[in-house]
Ligand binder design. Structure first.
Ligand SMILES: [Zn+2]
Length: 228
């Protein structure tokens, strides 16, 4: 984001977070034109899409989709950057609303019992103030009218600090300590896991296999972007 746009946001909070045009009364956070021009993947219209295929042979998944294609210079990169590093949590909720609507329109998507955002490392969470995946999950839950569960996977992650693995492995290899969170029970549920971006799928795979081990859960995945 350039300086002028940043300045605009401070002076005129009611501008589009993508193009900086003034929003009209019916628009919130992102203008209709920018929403229309997002680089949609339309993966939700196709069962065996690229994100779904990413998990084949790795972990059982019912459904997977990513709303947009991530590119190094595009609007979605800019919006995600503001969401992650610019304190603009409302961008996550807004894009989550759009993601929720696309899921509702998919004939392959089953309404979940619970929505779980991919947890953020507690230290990172303290620094950033919010988990961007949770903001997206809030936006999706507003559309699907399904509750969000944030505690379960986070407790699993916290138990990892006792292991001898490297910090990164502790974060990523969540399934190793699933049994130490006996107070968290997530079983026999249709779960929708939410994250901001899917790239290799390692984080979503770890979270999914952790939830599978908790007991007979069906997992669907949805992200705002897919980075090839
Ligand atoms: Zn705009």
């Amino acid at each position: 984001m350039n300086f002028l746009r940043y300045f605009n946001h401070l002076i005129y909070p009611n501008v589009c977070r993508s193009c900086s045009e003034i929003l009209n009364n019916s628009e919130r956070i992102i203008c209709i034109k920018c929403i229309y021009n997002l680089p949609y993947t339309f993966f939700e219209k196709e069962k065996e899409n690229e994100v779904y295929k990413l998990f084949l042979g790795r972990v059982p998944i019912e459904f997977a989709a990513a709303l947009c294609l991530f590119s190094a210079t595009g609007t979605i990169r800019d919006l995600l950057h503001q969401l992650k590093y610019g304190g603009q949590s409302e961008i996550g909720i807004k894009l989550g609303n759009i993601l929720g609507k696309s899921l509702m329109e998919s004939k392959y998507f089953t309404k979940p019992d619970v929505i779980i955002p991919v947890p953020m490392h507690p230290k990172k969470l303290k620094k950033r103030g919010y988990n961007q995946a949770e903001m997206i999950a809030i936006g999706v839950s507003e559309i699907l009218n399904v509750e969000i569960q944030t505690e379960g996977l986070l407790k699993i992650l916290n138990t990892k600090t006792q292991t001898k693995k490297s910090k990164f492995d502790r974060w990523i290899n969540v399934e190793r300590s699933f049994d130490s969170s006996k107070d968290v029970i997530i079983t026999y549920k249709n779960i929708l896991l939410i994250d901001d971006v899917v790239t290799t799928g390692a984080t979503l795979e770890a979270c999914s296999s952790s939830l599978h081990k908790m007991g007979n859960n069906k997992i669907s995945l949805a992200t705002l972007a897919y980075a090839q």
